[in-house]
Design a protein around this ligand. Structure first.
Ligand SMILES: [Zn+2]
Length: 275
């Protein structure tokens, strides 16, 4: 119950930041955020490309379609290769607890038993874990250190674009954008637009998506990535490596939703990645 309450408080805090202009936000002394009162999230480029494995619950056709979506991001024109192509498949995971996904593999999973913690109307979510870096300096950011994509098996997906079900590659392309740290875009042409209808195919990055990802991993990060509000960050210890768990959802035709939750994990040192 306490955890649920915290989640609700974070949601309210985030909604607040989205609606208000930065002038009214008071900034704690231990955080020096972006000018809009948030702290940005992204991977350390030293940990790219990501080895994001597709679970063995997906058909060969679906798996190949997801690989094509990884290539879309790799060929975005940004100065980075984001995903290793054609990684081996991995055993599907449907852990009892969402925290357990913080393991040694980045994966794309097919979830038969959806999580009560996540809204039942979410087609898919990206769950990520991020650690505080450069705490209290102008370079403070949240380093994404782990992310998984969870597809909600309560919905019908296909790879043919047929009406009556959702286009799996399109949803994968969107979620892979979140894995990299992109937030939602209000421009309807963007692949990061937070809604998709059944039978809609949206499998190609648009110019705005290419611009945004180049900016997020360029020399000056614009306001294109996921951020955490100061209010939410205040609940995370002001220590190097203190972590937060976040869930960002794509909904069939509903509100955008981003939830930050505390996690038991803490990275005392700079993350050394094997994937
Ligand atoms: Zn989304």
């Amino acid at each position: 119950m306490q955890r649920l309450l915290l989640g609700l408080i974070f949601l309210l805090a985030i909604a607040c930041v989205n609606k208000q202009e930065s002038s009214s936000i008071s900034i704690p002394t231990n955080v020096i955020p972006q000018s809009d009162g948030t702290v940005s999230m992204r991977w350390d480029t030293a940990n790219l490309p990501l080895s994001m494995k597709v679970s063995d619950s997906f058909s060969a056709t679906a798996s190949q379609a997801i690989e094509s979506m990884k290539l879309q991001w790799n060929q975005s024109g940004a100065a980075a290769t984001f995903f290793s192509p054609n990684t081996a498949t991995t055993t599907n995971k449907n852990f009892a607890s969402l925290d357990t996904f913080f393991d040694s593999e980045l994966g794309i999973y097919w979830i038969e038993n959806w999580y009560s913690e996540i809204g039942s109307s979410a087609l898919a979510v990206t769950q990520f874990f991020a650690a505080r870096r450069n705490v209290g300096t102008p370079n403070e950011y949240m380093e994404i250190v782990h992310a998984d994509i969870l597809f909600n098996a309560d919905f019908n997906f296909n790879t043919s674009g047929a009406m009556g079900s959702y286009d799996l590659p399109s949803v994968a392309l969107h979620e892979l954008g979140h894995v990299l740290g992109l937030k939602h875009e209000s421009t309807t042409s963007s692949i990061m637009y937070p809604y998709i209808g059944s039978g809609v195919i949206h499998r190609a990055l648009q110019d705005i998506d290419k611009t945004n990802i180049a900016e997020l991993y360029g020399t000056s990060q614009g306001n294109v990535g996921m951020t955490i509000s100061i209010e939410a960050l205040e609940t995370v210890p002001a220590e190097e490596g203190a972590m937060v768990r976040g869930i960002i959802e794509i909904l069939p035709n509903d509100e955008e939703k981003v939830t930050f939750l505390p996690t038991k994990f803490h990275l005392p040192q700079k993350m050394k990645h094997n994937h």
